[in-house]
Structures are given as C-alpha cells and as structure tokens.
Design a protein. Structure first.
Length: 242
C-alpha cells in the first residue's frame, strides 16, 4: 500500500505536517531521502534546447552565463530549498529515524557541489576544514555569499564560482552538512550522492540518464546494510572526493 502526503521543504509548517503524518501512520521512519533541488537561477529553456544541449544532439557553442541568470530572490530560494530544506527535514525527522533499527539518510547532491568547483578563498577553507565544520559555520558561508551577491561584480573577486554559483554553494553546503550529520549520528548511515545527469525538470530534460537510472544510486544508499559507509560523497555508485 502506498501513502502520499503533500510537502514543501521550504515551508516549516509543511514539514511539521509531514512529520505528524509519518508519526501517525507509521510511528517511526527508516529512510529519509532529501531530493528537492532547484537551480537558483532563471534559465532560458528554449535557447538551451535550441543549442543542442541535450542527449544525442549536436551541441553548438553556447555561453551559459547568458542562459542561466540568477537574481537575489532565486538565490535565496535555492538556499532555502537545496540546503535549508534538507536540514529542516532532517531535524524534524531524526527523532523518528532514531526509532528505526537501520536509519538511513540520503542527500541527493551534485558533482557541481564538489569543492573543486569553489575557487580558493575563505569559503573553501571553511568547507574543507572537516574537523572544525559546524552548522553555524555553514550558515556563515551562505550568509556571506548572499551579502557578496548583492555587491555587483564581487562574486569572483571574493572567491565564489561565477556560473551556477548559488547551486554550487548550496550543494557544497549540503555535502558538508552530510559530514556533520554522520559524525553526530554514528549509528545512522548518512551519505550524499551525485545521481548522474538525469532527465528531470531541473535539467530541462537535457540529461543523459532516465529517471529510473538516476534513482539507482540513491536507492542503493538507502538500502545499505548496517555498518555500511557513512559520511561519504558518492559519484553514482563510486566513492568520490568532496
């Protein structure tokens, strides 16, 4: 039997309603998959399609900076969904996961959130310093990004990525949060994963993998046996550097 409930991870009341629904229907939770994600920019989908940026198409040279255009509101929304949405869900549902014999958290991330995509600078130093990572420091990184974003032309000069910057930073924060959680809950298996470039709304159906193929790696992590890896970033099925 399938159960469904409406959820908006950016809305605390919606998250609380889902928590109550799970508690009432099941009494506990075994697996949490944080999958919600948005680009944090306005994308010219028609121009993207016309460029041939799709599976099997002959790609023309394109300037993505002209097709993927962020604004302050879209950046805030990306942070609230990609990072704070996952954090909100996790904090609400950890008590129910603690009632499980095999609690699992899978954070669906992206290879764009790997630290190699963040130029050298203060933010990269914070995210790389695993031993001293805290949720408070992640908040500081995201707050500083928003401040710098308001100052036109300051992203690159202050060590931030220039293209898809809010998506990269939010996913890097999600990856870092995964490491923090794994230390905090050693009896859980908590990992993050790049599922591949999948044909979904966020890629405007330009992905190379079907939805079923994209689901394979998160499902694998959700079904890890007890004692499996935790606090790891996976590129599909392979462990990869953060």
């Amino acid at each position: 039997m399938w159960f469904f409930d409406q959820l908006d991870v950016s809305d605390p009341a919606s998250v609380t309603n889902l928590e109550d629904f799970i508690k009432t229907q099941f009494g506990k939770l075994d697996i949490l998959v944080n999958n919600a994600g948005i680009t944090g920019a306005t994308v010219d989908a028609d121009a993207l399609a016309a460029s041939g940026f799709s599976t099997g198409g002959e790609r023309k040279p394109i300037d993505l900076s002209k097709l993927v255009i962020p604004n302050y509101k879209s950046v805030e929304k990306a942070f609230n969904t990609n990072y704070y949405g996952a954090k909100r869900m996790t904090e609400a549902l950890v008590p129910l996961l603690q009632l499980s014999d095999s609690p699992r958290i899978v954070n669906v991330s992206s290879d764009m959130g790997q630290l190699k995509n963040i130029p050298s600078g203060w933010a990269k130093e914070v995210l790389t310093d695993v031993d001293n990572l805290t949720e408070g420091k992640l908040d500081e990184v995201l707050t500083q990004f928003l401040k710098d974003f308001k100052e036109e032309g300051s992203l690159e000069t202050k060590g931030w990525p220039s293209l898809m910057s809010s998506y990269i930073v939010s996913k890097a924060a999600l990856n870092a949060y995964t490491r923090i959680l794994a230390k905090k809950y050693p009896s859980f298996c908590i990992n993050c994963v790049h599922p591949g470039y999948v044909k979904t709304d966020i890629t405007y159906d330009t992905g190379q993998l079907s939805v079923d193929e994209g689901a394979e790696s998160p499902v694998r992590l959700a079904l890890l046996p007890n004692g499996g890896p935790s606090g790891v970033f996976f590129f599909r099925t392979e462990e990869a550097p953060f």
